[in-house]
Design a protein around this ligand. Structure first.
Ligand code: SF4
Length: 374
């Protein structure tokens, strides 16, 4: 099937940041032949990022289970019997010990997740204390605590929280089939409170929940047409949990997952696209394909809230085999550091050019484009 010319890019094509994506345009990207889509996504990736750097975060569940929401995929929902061991809000000192460990293992960002509909006023002082102290360790901080009021967002921002995670999960049309206890608009409102409070947004979704491609298109359109793109876009593959209503849903074709990553990269060219839940079920080759398609962020560590994640040693080995290095957090916020990283990448490619001159030339052009913009 031929796609409209407007969605086909060359390595040196400039992809601007847009907030007016039509569903038909996103559908045309999804419909591209796989190799054309990956080529375009990888080209966009190289215009905006060092293609061999991956941002690494660690995620800790600070309050587990008994959540009043009914998200049909979630082991932590109190509506389903998943035999998950519930845990109250973790003590601050225990959280700090985990953060220290994460830092030693190379994480640059520490994400803390609580299974709440929204934080209660009595929990806020503890949560704010965690943010302040983790931040003092030199780690970036991220939290996911459910819905936030404007005041709660403001106080988290004042405590030094860098990112707030709140996913849209799926398209507005499919949303009602997955969650009934909060609306799509509730989610958009929380994202808007987070932005108004000056924090960075982490928002993405889950695929493989029985939705159609048009729902994956709808999700990416919602994210890409937000007033500002989320700085971080986690794309999760459903991890099927025994006891949840989605435990027996049909598997999603892995190539469709890679397509979703690639399209997210193209429509949100400056966002970190995170290869998130579901990595445990992916082999190394599949993960490498996702990195090539534009994923440039992962969670390190054995647990992703309550589901398994590849262990850190295996990730380190994979990075080594692929020539990938963990991203220095400086390069996320500093033009100077981005320039440095890109120049380093070009120099590495120059060394490789002795054996692959065409590859080097294409990437030198892409890096120059970014440097010229700065
Ligand atoms: S996804 Fe979050 S809000 Fe939904 S049930 Fe799980 S912990 Fe609760």
């Amino acid at each position: 099937m031929n796609a409209p010319v407007s969605v086909v890019a060359t390595p040196s094509a400039s992809i601007s940041v847009r907030h007016d994506w039509h569903r038909e345009e996103i559908a045309a990207l999804f419909a591209l032949p796989f190799n054309d889509l990956l080529f375009q996504a990888a080209s966009v990736h190289r215009q905006h990022f060092d293609p061999n750097a991956v941002q690494v975060s660690t995620l800790l569940s600070i309050k587990t289970g008994a959540c009043p929401e009914d998200c049909k995929y979630c082991s932590q929902s109190g509506h389903y019997n998943t035999e998950l061991e519930k845990e109250k809000l973790m003590e601050v000192q225990k959280v700090l010990a985990e953060a220290r460990l994460a830092k030693e293992k190379g994480a640059s960002r520490f994400c803390m997740g609580a299974a709440w509909r929204s934080p209660r006023d009595k929990d806020m002082p503890y949560v704010l204390d965690m943010v302040r102290q983790v931040k003092e360790m030199g780690l970036e901080t991220c939290m996911t605590l459910g819905m936030l009021s404007g005041e709660q967002a403001q106080s988290l921002s004042e405590a030094g929280l860098d990112y707030y995670n709140h996913n849209l999960d799926t398209s507005p049309e499919y949303y009602g089939k997955v969650i009934s206890t909060r609306t799509y608009n509730d989610r958009l409102q929380t994202l808007s409170h987070v932005r108004d409070a000056g924090m960075k947004v982490c928002a993405g979704g889950i695929v493989g929940m029985g939705e159609d491609r048009k729902d994956r298109i709808g999700l990416l359109q919602q994210l890409a047409n937000l007033p500002a793109h989320p700085e971080s876009v986690p794309i999760n593959m459903l991890v099927k949990i025994e006891g949840t209503p989605l435990a027996d849903v049909a598997d999603l074709d892995m190539f469709e997952f890679v397509r979703t990553i690639a399209v997210a990269r193209i429509v949100m060219p400056e966002s970190f696209v995170r290869l998130s839940a579901g990595r445990q079920e992916m082999n190394d080759e599949m993960q490498a394909l996702c990195f090539f398609a534009g994923a440039n962020s992962i969670f390190y560590g054995e647990k992703l809230l309550t589901t398994d994640n590849p262990d850190a040693n295996h990730d380190q080995q994979l990075f080594q085999r692929l020539g990938i290095h963990p991203l220095d957090p400086r390069s996320e916020c500093s033009d100077e550091a981005t320039e440095e990283a890109l120049l380093e990448s070009v120099e590495a490619q120059q060394r490789a050019s002795e054996t692959a001159p065409l590859y080097y030339d294409a990437n030198k052009r892409a890096a120059k484009h970014v440097l010229n913009k700065a």
